[in-house]
Design a binder for this molecule. Structure first.
Ligand SMILES: Cc1ncc(COP(=O)(O)O)c(C=O)c1O
Length: 441
């Protein structure tokens, strides 16, 4: 049916919104019209304290001058340059800056436009890497239950969130999943939980079942974000690294959320002291300002492709907008801002204050678990019987009315404020959330 050609300013019909209850939203829209530092301004003029850094991406806060200016200047100077067989200086500069803050041994960057693309790119690089080394039987990919790796077919195949998978057919073949790490005995743990390192040993079972020579890569979020914020048990990531290394399997850390300071180090790999073979990142790479993602790889992976005649393309993969000049300018200005303001380690300074404030919610109605690390935290609510997700969604709506932006997934409230947040703003965010929790049924 053709749409009415005279849309009123508040005609919301045409836009099919992503991961949104469209009918609920359009009946009572929550419209943001501007932003500055820690706050959004809503269409009704209210200031909303950003408890989620947008969608875990505006790590330096909003409309930061250096980034804004860099984007404005770049779009007027070199708006676009072909990504294939051509280059422009900023793409090389940003790649160097990225590997400078990455763990030792991670020294190349491949660009894409989102976290989902970063994941699919990393999985493809893993497959092609083994093939380039004469191990083409390594085609199996291992993800983890409750993992979120974006929405591409690769990402939902290795991902483990059931609603992101069940509607979309048979997905990629040859994928197995490790068990998730959410254990009841870890409830209300501050930081990394004690129990569950042994869950990594399930990889040995998968290896025994299929043979190591069939497995290309394991991908996990070092700290699982979108499923509701699950911290890795102490020793878990170390164990995964040990087993993958022993069997010649690549380890990919999906750092789309944890990258760029969320846990108090540039990457979670450094926070946990475990170096994977590849890191996927996006979001905070450009402070959310221009879409951009990247796969950071070890030299060994990169070098395995650099063989054969020099005129031949080494990796048949890339996007029209890989390393787009405006995105690169945003990325460089973002890294400058992080550096100028010490933001990549600021979460470590605020960690204790954040932890105490968050765990102060423990005795409030409906709260059944609280989890935290760096500047990320989750409050899990007891679900309403027969209406999963309803209670947390009600909390989200009430929180927005109260002037704070939180995120919910299932019955878990997740928060990941910009890394510029002050202690007073942490208290305000958590204080308002406490009132919301008291007010919901
Ligand atoms: C760990 C992880 N991987 C991948 C993605 C997908 O990123 P995008 O939405 O940019 O495609 C996300 C998004 O939240 C994520 O948290």
């Amino acid at each position: 049916m053709a749409l009415d050609r005279k849309p009123a300013p508040n005609d919301l019909r045409a836009f099919w919104m992503p991961f949104t209850s469209n009918r609920q939203f359009k009946a009572a829209p929550r419209m943001l019209v501007s932003a500055k530092d820690m706050h959004y301004t809503a269409a009704d003029g209210r200031e909303i304290l950003d408890g989620t850094a947008g969608l875990w991406c505006c790590n330096a806060g909003h409309c930061r001058p250096k980034i804004t200016e860099a984007v404005q200047n770049q779009v007027a100077e070199l708006d676009y340059a072909p990504a294939f067989q051509m280059g422009h200086p900023l793409a090389f500069e940003l790649a160097n800056r990225l590997v400078d803050i990455a763990p030792d041994g991670i020294d190349h960057a491949f660009y894409c436009n989102s976290g989902s693309e970063a994941v699919d790119t990393a999985l493809k690089i893993a497959l092609a890497y083994h093939r380039a080394r004469g191990e083409g039987t390594r085609t199996r990919l291992i993800g983890r239950e409750r993992g979120y790796h974006g929405v591409g077919f690769g990402g939902i195949s290795v991902g483990g969130i059931v609603n992101n998978r069940r509607f979309f057919g048979s997905l990629l073949a040859g994928v197995d999943h490790l068990p998730h790490t959410h254990l009841p005995e870890n409830v209300f743990t501050k930081g990394q939980p004690e129990h569950g390192a042994n869950l990594a040993d399930d990889l040995e079972r998968i290896v025994a079942l299929h043979g190591a020579e069939t497995i290309a890569a394991v991908i996990v979020e070092p700290m699982a974000g979108s499923t509701g914020v699950l911290m890795p048990p102490k020793g878990y990531l170390e164990r995964l690294r040990e087993i993958t290394r022993k069997h010649g399997i690549l380890l990919i850390f999906d750092e789309v959320i944890t990258g760029f300071g969320r846990l108090g180090s540039p990457f979670a790999a450094q926070h946990f002291g475990v170096t994977p073979d590849m890191i996927t990142c996006a979001k905070g790479l450009t402070n959310g300002v221009i879409p951009m993602g990247a796969v950071l790889t070890s030299g060994a992976i990169h070098d395995a492709f650099m063989t054969g005649p020099e005129h031949v393309i080494e990796l048949f993969h890339g996007y029209t907008y890989s390393g787009n000049p405006v995105a690169c300018a945003a990325g460089i200005a973002t890294l400058d801002t992080y550096e100028d303001e010490g933001l990549l380690t600021r979460a470590a300074e605020l960690d204790q204050h954040w932890q105490e404030a968050l765990h102060g919610l423990r005795d409030l109605p409906h709260v059944i678990d609280i989890r935290n690390m760096g500047l990320i935290g989750a409050v899990e609510l007891k679900g309403i019987d027969g209406q999963p997700g309803k209670r947390a969604f009600d909390a989200f709506l009430k929180a927005y009315e109260a002037g704070i932006l939180i995120r919910v997934t299932g019955d878990t409230i997740a928060m990941s404020p910009p890394l510029i947040i002050s202690k007073a703003q942490i208290d305000e965010l958590i204080g308002k959330l406490a009132e919301v929790l008291k007010a919901i049924d």
